[in-house]
Design a protein around this ligand. Structure first.
Ligand code: FAD
Length: 519
């Protein structure tokens, strides 16, 4: 009854306002003001901020209002207004705006819902200790999820490298890090969601309930609904982390060892590492880079002294979680695993940190970069999933070819197991059992570098296309419908059908440019 009254009121009010000669934009924001418990703003500074993301590569600036919701009902009211409104306007959820290419913007006339800035009515994470899960608001940052669950000695199992990302934002993509080989991406660790669909309905979904919506939304790039609540699996949290890095000069050996380590998924914790990542070093500058403060300044690593293969080094990064009580056995377990690997003998670097410090490691680097004015700069990032069978070709063509010896940021590389990804989700991965994430995380401090790196990204994609490497973009960005269809491959028909079912007016997440590729 409340909903019917709200809709009737909305239409009555909108007719009155239109008849008084206001513009459509004014009418719309008036309606949003009247109907919501949260805040609506049309302040120019807020509109501009809502269009700007971490990538700083594009800002379309067509947003006409920013909403800070006080509840899931607020989100539903905005979407319903858009669904029913005579003139088209788009609605995009914005988590923490850490996209690269304007994905959280509307890119056309529309409203941005600031999920990451939930208003007074939004509650913090609710931990269900016995059931081992936590219910969180869709705009909650992962750092807050971690801190809330640790109070119960619990924590989620699958992470991203950086925790100042929203739950709804990473679940719309995948959410990957060094734990993915063992626990799957974050989208494989969700029990239930509340979602506001493109029709403005609030639906609870899970494996057993509205399962089409559940699977579509996970990795669904915001196309089917706005996640207002997620129920995330928990496990007992460790206290400390042994954090180990070791260098390789030979790419095949590096890959063989990484692949061996991820093949240990599902083994008892004592027989595997908890986290497996790695990175590529093509210039010595990287040793002093934001992710590499790990190497001791008093013991600098010289690539030249390590006989690097084609001038490129590869660094394995692994961790082992433990409790204070079993610190001794952890050393033995680590030694047993390291013995099976083939890194450069003298190149093992170990440190030991509290669990929170390890998970929150990139934030420390962020603070350093911010203090030097190096954080809020353009980031022409490129993230690719590369099938295992072609990773050596990728190494030759890209790391030892296209890149040259200046990368302008870290390049991550680590493999994961496809069987840890639910094939029913919308996320897209290569068609092989093992595939690698290769992430070019670059910063451009001036226009020339930005152009250079953007061209290089194009060259890398061109090389993969011409060599038929079969890569899939992670956090994908395309500008034509054909590219999106190629990206989704077999999943496109289902993706399209679910769009018609859950967002038939194509209102949601237009910044992804999937169904509005021309904008
Ligand atoms: P936004 O950029 O705000 O939104 C992204 C998309 O999700 C948009 O289309 C938006 O409309 C949609 N969306 C947002 N909230 C919701 C919601 N509640 N419901 C439905 N749709 C929604 N990713 C990894 O997987 N692993 C990493 O280790 C990792 N590290 C990163 C480190 C940094 C420094 C940065 C900047 C990004 C990193 N990412 C990583 C990428 C990150 O996961 C994505 O950019 C993610 O989208 C960011 O979350 P956000 O909350 O900022 O989302």
């Amino acid at each position: 009854i409340k909903n019917v009254v709200t809709i009737l009121l909305t239409f009555t009010i909108c007719r009155i306002i239109v008849s008084e000669g206001l513009t459509v934009d004014q009418t719309l924001t008036e309606i949003l003001h009247i109907g919501l418990e949260g805040e609506v703003s049309t302040e120019a500074a807020k509109l501009e901020a809502a269009s700007l993301d971490f990538g700083r590569l594009s800002s379309k600036g067509e947003t006409i209002a920013v909403v800070r919701p006080a509840s899931a009902n607020d989100v539903a009211r905005v979407v319903k207004a858009a669904y029913k409104w005579q003139q088209y306007f788009a609605v995009s959820a914005r988590g923490h705006g850490h996209s690269i290419n304007g994905q959280a913007d509307t890119r056309m006339k529309g409203v941005v819902i600031e999920m990451g800035k939930g208003g007074v009515g939004i509650k913090g994470p609710l931990v269900w200790e016995k059931e081992m899960y936590v219910d969180v608001w869709g705009g909650e940052l992962w750092i807050h999820v971690l801190k809330a669950t640790l109070e119960y000695g619990l924590a989620p199992m699958s992470w991203t490298d950086y925790l100042y990302l929203s739950v709804g934002g990473t679940l719309s993509n995948g959410g990957i890090s060094g734990q993915t080989f063992n626990h799957g991406p974050q989208i494989s660790n969700v029990f239930e969601l509340d979602v506001v669909t493109g029709k403005g309905e609030v639906l609870t979904c899970s494996e057993d309930r509205n399962s089409d919506l559940f699977h579509s939304v996970l990795g669904g790039l915001g196309q089917f609904g706005i996640i207002t609540r997620a129920r995330i699996a928990l496990q007992p949290a460790p206290q400390r982390v042994r954090w180990i890095r070791a260098l390789y000069s030979n790419f095949s050996t590096f890959c063989k060892d990484q692949e061996f380590l991820i093949s240990l998924h599902g083994k008892p914790a004592s027989q595997r590492f908890d986290y497996v990542e790695g990175f590529v070093i093509v210039d010595e500058g990287l040793i002093n880079n934001w992710r590499s403060s790990f190497f001791s300044p008093s013991n600098p690593v010289k690539i030249s002294s390590l006989n690097a293969d084609g001038g490129v080094l590869y660094c394995l990064e692994v961790t082992k979680n433990y409790h204070q009580g079993n610190a001794d056995s952890v050393d033995e377990e680590i030694q047993a695993l390291l013995k099976k690997l083939d890194f450069i003998d003298t190149s093992v670097f170990t440190t030991d940190v509290p669990y929170v410090d390890f998970l929150d490691r990139v934030h420390k680097a962020e603070l350093k970069l911010r203090s030097k004015g190096l954080w809020d700069v353009p980031h022409p990032w490129l993230n690719l999933f590369v099938p295992k069978s072609r990773i050596e070709d990728f190494d030759k063509g890209v790391f030892k070819g296209i890149l040259g010896n200046k990368t302008s940021g870290p390049i991550l590389i680590y493999p994961m197991n496809k069987n840890k990804w639910d094939h029913r989700s919308s996320a897209v991965t290569p068609d092989e059992e093992v595939f690698y994430l290769v992430a070019f995380l670059r910063s451009a401090l001036d226009a020339e570098t930005l152009e250079h790196l953007t061209n290089q990204n194009r060259q890398i994609l061109g090389f993969c296309h011409d060599s038929k490497i079969g890569v899939k973009q992670y956090l994908p960005h395309y500008t034509t419908m054909q590219e999106w269809m190629d990206h989704f491959g077999d999943k496109w028909t289902q993706f399209n059908a679910m769009k018609m079912q859950f967002d038939p007016q194509r209102i949601l997440a237009t910044g992804q440019r999937i169904f509005h590729f021309e904008v």
